[in-house]
Ligand binder design. Structure first.
Ligand SMILES: [Zn+2]
Ligand SMILES: [Zn+2]
Length: 143
């Protein structure tokens, strides 16, 4: 087990050469403990249970995984709900807004928007994402 996971993934169950391991994102856990303890841990442990009961080849978040989560008493959620504002602050992401909510874009996505190479749209409302963190006093790093 390690706490060395980076980026937006909070946890990861890995299988390498028949060896299972669990990895967690220390920054996300520290910044939003209520979100990840114990839900993210249960999420990854459930992957291990599915592997032990059914072997390989099952869909990662398929019916077997959902059943294990429910059996353990957890909501079978695939994504965590750490707010985009918090992600922007702790992961060096950039905050964007559409008509309905905030979004955190990673450094690479942000560079593409910044250079006019690409636009991102909200999957819910379809609006173009507009940068929002210039006015909020958050530290903004430019390269
Ligand atoms: Zn998963
Ligand atoms: Zn939207």
């Amino acid at each position: 087990m390690s706490f060395r996971l980076r980026g937006r993934a909070a946890g990861q169950w890995r299988l390498r050469q028949g060896q299972e391991s669990l990895h967690f994102n220390e920054r996300l856990f520290a910044a939003d403990p209520a979100q990840h303890m114990p839900d993210t841990v249960a999420h990854e442990v459930a992957h291990s249970v599915v592997y032990r009961c059914h072997g390989r080849g099952k869909r990662p978040h398929g019916p077997e995984w959902r059943a294990v989560m429910k059996h353990l008493g957890f909501e079978p959620r695939v994504t965590h709900e750490t707010s985009p504002e918090l992600l922007a602050r702790i992961l060096n992401h950039h905050l964007y807004r559409c008509a309905c909510r905030s979004h955190a874009l990673g450094p690479r996505q942000h560079q593409q928007v910044h250079r006019g190479k690409r636009d991102y749209r909200c999957k819910l409302c379809g609006e173009r994402l507009i940068r929002a963190d210039q006015t909020t006093g958050l530290a903004v790093r430019e390269k």
